[in-house]
Design a protein around this ligand. Structure first.
Ligand code: ATP
Length: 274
């Protein structure tokens, strides 16, 4: 999301195994990617090629991770941007940035000898919001450029482009983006259930010394409604509590304190933006 703007982007390969929970979303995206890879088969059957995948769901649930894993799975170059990066005061700048991003993706893939490139646009609603006739002219040009680029994606081209968009406000998107041949595959990435939360906690506990009494399943139970990003914070905060206690391992108490800390943090963030 926006809060990570400006920070360097992770380019380490990331596989679907490193994403906790989200079993249905993972299965759906893998199915879509397999579909994409088997171009010959799908064209024989006369199936319309897939161009864009839209990931929808609340912040911090792993949409960016899924896009990175999609690039890894298809052995593609990964290029990412956030919708807000295309919002500019001067008319045409956003549109030319869109054009450049597609060009960059193709060039990078060529240079690396890859057959495909994944372009990930987070907060796509910022550029793809409903057009309101007249106002926000600049946004219109940016959105139009994105539509043009999408229409220019061909499954037979090399390198091939796969566009993945993410939004937590799907209802805000302009219908032109959702038309067949554009973002025609939608995958919901929701908050994790208890099993998913346990899985995510285990993933983020991998590099941390846990006391033998610790039950991450219990923590998963206590963290109802937490996103993956919040669970990652819980693991991190618990290690900080352990450090404060001069413990060399994380105890159940440290984890419970960390849950409260993360909850309080969210609350004070909310207060601050009131
Ligand atoms: P946003 O809408 O804010 O961009 P997002 O859905 O793209 O959110 P990510 O950027 O993928 O969320 O997740 C942020 C961080 O939270 C990840 O780097 C990871 O540490 C952790 N995280 C989120 N979801 C998961 C998950 N399912 N499994 C493991 N870690 C997760």
């Amino acid at each position: 999301g926006g809060e990570r703007k400006g920070k360097p982007r992770l380019t380490t390969p990331l596989s679907f195994e490193e994403i906790g929970g989200q079993e249905r979303a993972k299965q759906e995206i893998i199915e879509a990617l397999d579909f994409l890879v088997n171009v010959e088969q799908i064209s024989k059957l006369g199936i319309r090629p897939l161009k864009g995948i839209l990931l929808t769901g609340p912040p911090g649930t792993g949409k960016t991770l899924l896009a990175k894993a999609a690039a890894h799975y298809t052995d593609s170059i990964y290029v990412a941007a956030s919708g807000s990066e295309f919002v500019e005061m001067y008319v045409g700048v956003g549109a030319s940035r869109i054009r450049d991003m597609f060009k960059e993706a193709r060039q990078k893939a060529l240079k690396a000898g890859k057959n495909s490139a994944v372009i990930f646009i987070d907060e796509i609603d910022v550029i793809g919001g409903k057009r309101d006739g007249g106002q926000h002219r600049e946004y219109d040009q940016t959105l139009n450029q994105l539509l043009t680029e999408m229409d220019g994606i061909h499954t037979s081209e090399s390198p091939r482009i796969l566009l993945i968009g993410a939004t937590n406000r799907k209802e805000m998107l302009d219908s032109a983006l959702l038309r067949p041949g554009r973002f025609d595959r939608h995958i919901a990435v929701d908050l994790p259930d208890k099993k998913g939360r346990a899985h995510i906690l285990h993933i983020h506990a991998r590099n941390k010394p846990l006391h033998e009494e610790v039950s991450l399943e219990k923590i998963a139970e206590e963290s109802f409604g937490f996103s993956g990003a919040q669970l990652e914070s819980v693991m991190n905060e618990s290690a900080i509590y352990a450090l404060r206690d001069s413990n060399d391992s994380i105890t159940q108490r440290h984890l419970s304190l960390a849950i409260d800390k993360v909850l309080m943090g969210e609350q004070s963030d909310r207060e601050a933006t009131k």
